[in-house]
Design a protein. Structure first.
Length: 243
């Protein structure tokens, strides 16, 4: 019998994913820290969790590569058991005005941000159901997926798709006591933030400040908790009132 509930956080080597992994580890979840390319940064997250008395392991794969993702996740589950929770955070942005957008930038953003919903979650759900412990699935969309952003047609399309997929999956998994919710961050101070867009965006934020990765981590922590057992099929905006 598992003594700790296992949680996979994708894209956990930096930014929102890192903050979420660290926050959940402090709450006694056993964290799988996923990364794609930055092994050193991901290992630092694992080391920090262990130094603080938590449990963590590393897992590397490209969320846009379906065969690789599913093979690695199924092997991980066979060796270590099913996940109770998943935070689908990994994503990229390649901004450009739509008429000038190269097709490779459209494809990369859709494959990484939207196709990963299927690639990551599809192999995890049946093992989660067989645990008979319920479960928590948290996806990351964006204010761009709700309202659209100039220069982000590809990103907005992918993030809007995540919202629809999240709501539909919540309906399917409700009877299994697996909640499925989406967090839609506003402008968060991470290394992905764009200076020009950010300054324009601040004018539209009633709180007159940017969010922190810890703000998203706190929301994910609540949605992962027992206290959120009656919350599913929701999109929670964490954006300082920005619309």
């Amino acid at each position: 019998m598992q003594t700790q509930k296992r949680v996979l956080v994708t894209g956990a080597s930096r930014g929102i994913g890192k903050s979420t992994a660290l926050r959940l580890a402090k709450e006694n979840y056993a964290i799988t820290v996923h990364y794609n390319s930055n092994a050193e940064a991901a290992q630092d997250v694992v080391n920090t969790i262990k130094e603080q008395g938590g449990s963590a392991n590393l897992l590397a794969f490209d969320v846009s590569n379906r065969e690789q993702t599913q093979s690695i996740l199924l092997e991980e589950i066979e060796n270590n058991g099913a996940y109770y929770g998943v935070v689908c955070n990994a994503g990229i942005a390649r901004d450009n005005a739509f008429p000038a957008m190269p097709e490779e930038d459209w494809d990369a953003v859709i494959h990484t941000n939207l196709d990963s919903f299927y690639n990551v979650l599809n192999p995890l759900i049946m093992p989660m159901i067989r645990l008979r412990q319920g479960g928590r699935i948290i996806t990351l969309s964006s204010v761009a997926g709700l309202t659209g952003n100039r220069g982000q047609v590809n990103y907005s399309a992918a993030k809007a798709g995540i919202i629809g997929a999240t709501k539909a999956l919540a309906v399917e998994l409700g009877k299994r006591k697996i909640t499925v919710n989406c967090i839609a961050p506003g402008v968060i101070e991470t290394d992905m933030i764009d200076g020009v867009f950010a300054e324009e965006a601040k004018k539209m934020i009633p709180l007159q400040k940017f969010g922190q990765a810890e703000d998203i981590a706190a929301t994910a922590s609540f949605l992962m908790s027992d206290g959120a057992n009656y919350i599913t099929r929701q999109v929670i905006s964490v954006n300082g009132g920005m619309y």
